[in-house]
Design a binder for this molecule. Structure first.
Ligand code: NAD
Length: 326
């Protein structure tokens, strides 16, 4: 029987085809790179993009001194009574994310108490912005890592407004260190005391006064998910806050109190310009897929969503990343 000869594959033709495809993709990549130069602008208004002016501030940082000034007042956002007649305590509410949250909560019908450690002018600016929304604002100055201060802030809220419906745990301390050997015990201790004890103590002081339908929202961070090599202590607290959210959420289900967390990526607030070197601040936010930091007003709607029983009644123990893409 005559043997059939197997056809040999034409390897040259296959290789030529592979190179054709490779050349096509390279050309498309080059065209895409030319097109995708700038940051993503898909918001209700245009937001600033790096590079920013080089700048550095002493802790805790002043919003008024930032260039460009953070965008926090969301002029395009219309309130619709999602938090009508609620009372909210917002720690770190004088500036940054906390300020933007205070303003949107007020636009949705809530009175707010803002707690802060310093920056009196920032606090006055936020109070004025809340009052411009037609709601009341109480300013409380103190250290959230001090149990006596947390109790005082709660007492002052009850005295002013007679109740508490929402707690936003948001105050934080962040200073980078190059490695574990350069992170002093004092530094480590202050980060944990502010970011973990502060959240725990505020929750412990507020929870006895919350009722069915109340909400707690913690501010976590992308660093609590991805880690950050120069923020060992800070990332550790943020991961802890995520676990605290999930655990407290489960423990408060029987009482009808929801506990959730927003985990921001880079946001243009005093926190990083009062931590990182001026050169790094200039490039802040450039490494995320959207190639720019968020502005505080882009974070605040997530807090409204998690605070309002009209919007998130079936959500508790959740971590909501708002990070500018993956
Ligand atoms: P921010 O500097 O505007 O706010 C931090 C606030 O914490 C300040 O208002 C300050 O008064 C307050 N604070 C600090 N220590 C305190 C203490 N011991 N007692 C009471 N208040 C104290 O910065 P921000 O970026 O708006 O920070 C808000 C939250 O967002 C923080 O929890 C921060 O970790 C988180 N976050 C910020 C970013 C970012 O890129 N800005 C990213 C991820 C998470």
């Amino acid at each position: 029987m005559a043997q059939q000869r197997k056809a040999r594959p034409d390897t040259d033709a296959v290789t030529a085809k592979q190179r054709d495809i490779q050349r096509g993709v390279k050309k498309a990549d080059e065209q895409n790179n030319e097109k995708s130069g700038g940051a993503m602008q898909a918001g209700a208004r245009k937001y600033p993009e790096p590079p920013f002016p080089k700048q550095h501030q002493p802790k805790p940082g002043k919003e008024r001194a930032l260039d460009p000034r953070p965008m926090f007042d969301a002029p395009f956002y219309k309130g619709s009574e999602k938090l009508k007649d609620k009372v909210a305590i917002i720690t770190g509410g004088d500036s940054g994310i906390g300020r933007a949250v205070a303003i949107l909560f007020a636009r949705e019908g809530a009175d707010v108490v803002i707690c802060h450690i310093d920056e009196d002018q920032d606090a006055r600016d936020t109070k004025a912005a809340v009052e411009a929304e037609g709601r009341k604002c109480l300013v409380s100055k103190g250290d959230v890592s001090d149990p006596a201060y947390c109790r005082d802030a709660v007492d002052a809220t009850l005295k002013a407004f007679g109740k508490i419906d929402i707690l936003v745990n948001n105050a934080a301390f962040q200073v980078h260190a190059k490695g574990i050997e350069t992170l002093s015990l004092e530094h480590f201790d202050l980060t944990l005391k502010t970011n973990l004890y502060g959240y725990f103590l505020m929750a412990q002081a507020v929870i006895p006064h919350l009722k069915n339908g109340s909400a707690i929202i913690n501010t976590g961070s992308v660093t609590g998910i991805d880690g950050s090599k120069e923020l060992l202590d800070y990332s550790m607290t943020k991961g802890g806050i995520h676990a605290f959210t999930r655990s407290l959420g489960a423990s408060l289900v029987p009482r009808g109190i929801r506990v959730n967390c927003v985990a921001p990526g880079p946001v243009w607030t005093p926190l990083n310009p009062s931590d990182k070197e001026a050169d790094m601040v200039a490039e802040f936010g450039s490494k995320v897929p959207m190639k720019r930091p968020a502005q505080p007003e882009e974070l605040a709607p997530a807090y409204v969503f998690l605070a309002s029983e009209q919007m998130s009644s079936y959500i508790t123990g959740e971590i909501l990343p708002v990070v500018g893409g993956y």
